[in-house]
Design a protein around this ligand. Structure first.
Ligand SMILES: N=c1c2ncn([C@@H]3O[C@H](COP(=O)(O)OP(=O)(O)OP(=O)(O)O)[C@@H](O)[C@H]3O)c2ncn1[C@@H]1O[C@H](COP(=O)(O)O)[C@@H](O)[C@H]1O
Length: 106
């Protein structure tokens, strides 16, 4: 199992956002603003759907990676952090009471 996490990628996105747009795709997207980042995210979402419906496992993995990366870039352009999204997911999980059950069953 890989040790790499979305937190690691979020840190990389934040660091590369300030680089030169000539040398960094992240910097280019961030400089273009949320509309461009949202459009790219939408394209990647569609490509992920196509990969899933096409039952192409390798394509689904690749498109999912593109999707998550572009989602982090999009959130960065709106100053939304991964931690805030995880906190929202945690709140929902706490409401359902399933976190304790998952921990017990683990
Ligand atoms: N995970 C990614 C990642 N996934 C996809 N991409 C880039 O996303 C771009 C999207 O590809 P497309 O073919 O859809 O884009 P395009 O057609 O060239 O662009 P448009 O014409 O649509 O504007 C490509 O340039 C990919 O390289 C990524 N670029 C960067 N990262 C991560 O970000 C880090 C920093 O990258 P840079 O910012 O480029 O230094 C990398 O080390 C990676 O960890």
């Amino acid at each position: 199992m890989t040790e790499f996490s979305l937190r690691d990628l979020e840190r990389i996105v934040a660091a590369r956002a300030g680089a030169s747009p000539d040398e960094s795709w992240t910097a280019k997207l961030v400089a273009a603003g949320p509309e461009k980042a949202a459009r790219k995210f939408g394209e990647e979402a569609l490509e992920t759907v196509i990969a899933a419906l096409g039952e192409d496992r390798e394509a689904l993995i690749a498109e999912s990676a593109d999707l998550l990366y572009h989602w982090l870039v999009l959130c960065h352009t709106r100053s939304v952090t991964l931690d805030e999204v995880l906190a929202e997911l945690e709140r929902r999980t706490a409401q359902s009471g399933l976190a304790e059950k998952a921990a017990r069953d683990a």
